[in-house]
Design a protein around this ligand. Structure first.
Ligand SMILES: [Zn+2]
Length: 419
């Protein structure tokens, strides 16, 4: 190994060991446009080939909606100057991204292993998640099945856990997915925790038993497996899939669904983080999950796609600010969910339609599951936090996030069963 490093440094023709991208001195700024003119200007800074190489952590939603942008030390002054010239006030959200990345890594390594099968209070690699699926199905053979959904672009298996206590096929199903955007680590972690609780507390907790018994559960902890692996090995900030498009890599898997595809709030530019792809369902991962949902859609009555961050419980539509005919019922579910969630630790979530609450986004999972697969109770949820750590939430927030989100799920599932 040392020889390989030396050869690499001496520029001998040996492939260099892959380095992890570092973000020393990168900061995250929050900007709140207060007029249509300012909103347009803030969008222009992010588009037009992105000369300042900013990474958008939260996209612009509208007047008085905040947008968060990560900028390198090299472009910091220029960005600040451009914002100031246009009357846009920026406020420093994160001073040094690398410090938070290193801290998250350090804390995660220090989480003590428990005597249990799996430590849910820790972020896990894709291999660890897949081992968990294998082990949990051996531990609870009567309630669980591991299902292969599809193969990713880079050849990894996308796996789903089915939890079912019923006989036959008469029961409605509920589909939960995490990790469609790979850098949003709290999403798979929260999904894993909730699935673990559903199994571990099934025989001792009547509320959990009722939750589990009311549906057949399809639980997909890591959707974007290639991207997720990449966030662990190469670049902690990676969001998209890993397919190749000219000189750029990846499609936004939450802009690639075949419903009102690539309209407002999606980009045709392959280098953009909101790239909708060359065609709807161009991404094998998205196509595979969509096919699975379509095949089972007659029975699927509830769907949640977990993201982070911003603390929002949202319903269709994403592609337009107009509300669908079922909005009142759908939003009632959100309202019950966020009330139950807040009761646990006081964490506040907002709710409403995606386009109105966060930003217009077309070709998203929840629009497709509702619009095409006809799953009335389709949700997109942005988990913790509101920007202090963003995607770099310390691991000690995993179990609190899971605990409060499980309460929200119980309330929502209960509502869906009765409606
Ligand atoms: Zn996301």
């Amino acid at each position: 190994m040392i020889l390989k490093f030396l050869a690499c440094f001496l520029l001998v023709w040996v492939p260099c060991p892959a380095q992890k991208t570092r973000f020393d001195g990168f900061s995250v700024l929050r900007v709140v446009p207060t007029s249509e003119k300012q909103l347009l200007l803030s969008k222009q800074i992010l588009e037009n080939q992105n000369p300042l190489e900013v990474d958008v952590w939260r996209f612009p939603g509208g007047v008085d909606h905040s947008l968060d942008i990560q900028v390198s030390p090299k472009h910091f002054s220029k960005l600040n100057q451009t914002l100031t010239e246009n009357g846009l006030q920026a406020h420093l959200l994160i001073r040094d991204v690398q410090t938070l990345i290193s801290e998250q890594e350090r804390l995660n390594k220090n989480v003590k292993e428990t005597a249990d099968l799996f430590n849910y209070g820790k972020y896990h690699t894709l291999d660890e998640v897949n081992s968990w699926i294998k082990n949990i199905t051996e531990y609870y053979p009567n309630m669980t099945t591991a299902l292969k959904v599809t193969q990713s672009y880079e050849g990894r298996t996308i796996q789903l856990l089915r939890i079912s206590t019923g006989e036959g096929n008469s029961k409605p199903s509920f589909f939960i997915e995490g990790g469609i955007h790979s850098r949003e680590w709290i999403s798979p972690a929260t999904v894993l925790f909730m699935a673990g609780q559903m199994l571990d507390r099934y025989s001792s907790d009547t509320r959990i038993k009722q939750l589990v018994d009311s549906f057949d559960w399809f639980i997909l902890p890591v959707f974007n497996v290639d991207g997720y692996e990449y966030t662990w090995t190469k670049n902690r900030n990676w969001r998209k899939t890993r397919s190749k498009h000219g000189s750029c890599v990846g499609v936004d898997p939450n802009r690639n669904w075949d419903y009102e595809w690539c309209k407002e709030g999606a980009s045709k530019e392959p280098c953009s983080d909101q790239y909708c792809g060359p065609s709807p369902f161009s991404e094998v991962e998205v196509k595979g999950v969509a096919d699975f949902i379509m095949k089972n859609s007659k029975n699927i009555k509830g769907f949640i796609d977990f993201h982070s961050y911003s603390q929002l419980w949202m319903t269709p539509w994403g592609y337009t600010k107009q509300l669908p005919p079922d909005f009142k019922d759908q939003d009632k579910g959100s309202e019950l969910a966020v009330k139950a969630l807040q009761k646990v630790y006081g964490t506040k979530y907002n709710h409403g339609s995606i386009a109105n609450v966060i930003y217009v986004a077309s070709g998203s999972s929840a629009d497709w599951t509702y619009g095409a697969a006809k799953i009335k109770y389709s949700y997109g949820v942005e988990l913790r936090d509101t920007g202090k750590y963003g995607f770099l939430l310390p691991p000690d927030q995993i179990i609190p996030s899971g605990t409060e989100t499980l309460e929200a799920l119980i309330a929502l599932a209960n509502f869906v069963v009765n409606n």
